[in-house]
Design a protein around this ligand. Structure first.
Ligand SMILES: [Zn+2]
Length: 121
């Protein structure tokens, strides 16, 4: 399963952050997923408890934010939102566009719980 291995590398990153900051556990983990990333948010949520079991992130909660799909138009230069199936400029209707965002999977923030309280990194 594709999402399980993605989840495991995500947990590796989170675990590394937690160790670096001397955290005892992890609260919220916020992930941003674009519609063209090839990652299914529901499958990530499903895989998360399996990937985090036995780690510092075992009690953490995965929050997924959906990234907008944005394109930059080569004709008029506008940056607009587009549909995954239709990468056209919303300003002029041109189809010569470049993807600005929408194919990413980014770790946005991690809530680390330490002896002093919690902080976001
Ligand atoms: Zn345009």
């Amino acid at each position: 399963m594709h999402e399980l291995s993605l989840c495991q590398s995500l947990i590796d990153q989170v675990q590394q952050l937690a160790l670096t900051h001397g955290a005892q556990s992890v609260g919220l983990v916020t992930l941003k997923i674009g519609p063209l990333s090839g990652v299914e948010p529901a499958l990530m949520q499903h895989a998360y408890p399996f990937a985090s079991a036995g780690t510092l992130a075992a009690e953490s909660t995965l929050v997924i934010e959906l990234a907008p799909l944005q394109v930059r138009c080569e004709s008029c230069g506008a940056e607009t939102e587009a549909e995954p199936s239709r990468l056209v400029c919303a300003a002029c209707g041109g189809c010569h566009t470049q993807l600005v965002s929408g194919d990413e999977m980014l770790l946005m923030s991690v809530e680390l719980i330490t002896a002093e309280g919690s902080n976001h990194v």
